[in-house]
Design a protein around this ligand. Structure first.
Ligand SMILES: [Zn+2]
Length: 271
């Protein structure tokens, strides 16, 4: 766990997303939850030293950000689209995944249920807790439903998966041009520390590099389409695996993720 500002903590070592929390005068506000049950329990024990969880914000609709909600108290807050994704998530599929990834965790999810948000936003929402302000801003990109959480008193932004900190990006549901716009908007936020959805903690100086990565993806697939390549040909040709490593634990999916990324961009850019 890293303390990244006076009252803000984040963890980049869990498998899945980077969860974080803010300690306010009136309890703890969490941002995302660990995906693996054993990690969620460890995280819950850590957080309990700092107070009761008041709110739990999910930054996006992917299971690695919201599966762990089950292990925590607090009112869940997320984008409407994330609520839909949580309501549609399958407990049976989760148990199948855990059988493969962490069979020792199965006993921890016996009574498992997904916890959808009680409060949703479409564009913006501000929470005031103790002396802290949490500005939730919908910034489409990695999916339409990404939410950045800006905490001005701490000069910190949790960016969601619109920023991958020097690890491979997943573009399988991307809105690539919105993503570029959203990165510009993140850069306009007054902050010293950015907590990306995955990878290393960074700051505003990393945003141009992330922007260039998305732009290079768009350019590579655009070129393939202009050259008349079929989707399969583009998938065989395009890979950015030389640029960043896969996040720890997901290395076996490296080739597959590249192909999904090409497929998504090919579909969007062909139009
Ligand atoms: Zn994601």
């Amino acid at each position: 766990m890293q303390q990244i500002a006076d009252n803000v903590y984040a963890e980049t070592g869990f498998r899945g997303c980077n969860p974080g929390f803010v300690v306010t005068k009136e309890g703890v506000v969490m941002i995302d939850t660990p995906q693996m049950p054993a990690d969620a329990i460890e995280w819950r024990d850590e957080i309990s030293k700092h107070g009761e969880v008041r709110y739990l914000i999910n930054t996006e609709p992917h299971a690695d950000h919201f599966t762990g909600n089950y292990f925590f108290e607090g009112t869940v807050v997320a984008h409407e689209g994330t609520r839909e994704a949580i309501l549609a998530a399958s407990v049976d599929q989760l148990k199948e995944r855990l059988k493969l990834m962490a069979p020792e965790s199965l006993s921890l999810v016996e009574g498992f249920s997904y916890r959808p948000p009680a409060i949703t936003l479409s564009e913006r929402l501000t929470l005031y807790v103790g002396d802290h302000t949490f500005q939730l801003i919908n910034l489409p990109g990695h999916t339409p439903f990404q939410v950045a959480v800006h905490i001005p008193e701490e000069r910190v932004v949790f960016t969601s998966d619109n920023v991958f900190g020097k690890v491979q990006a997943w573009l399988h549901q991307a809105l690539p041009f919105d993503w570029l716009d959203s990165l510009k908007r993140i850069q306009e936020l007054d902050a010293d520390v950015l907590v990306p959805g995955h990878g290393s903690i960074c700051d505003q100086s990393y945003i141009p590099e992330m922007y260039a990565f998305i732009q290079d993806w768009i350019d590579a697939v655009t070129r393939a389409i202009d050259q008349g390549m079929s989707l399969e040909e583009a998938q065989d040709k395009i890979s950015f695996l030389d640029r960043y490593p896969m996040e720890g634990g997901s290395e076996p999916m490296a080739q597959e993720v590249q192909r999904w990324n090409v497929a998504r961009l090919y579909e969007v850019l062909k139009k």
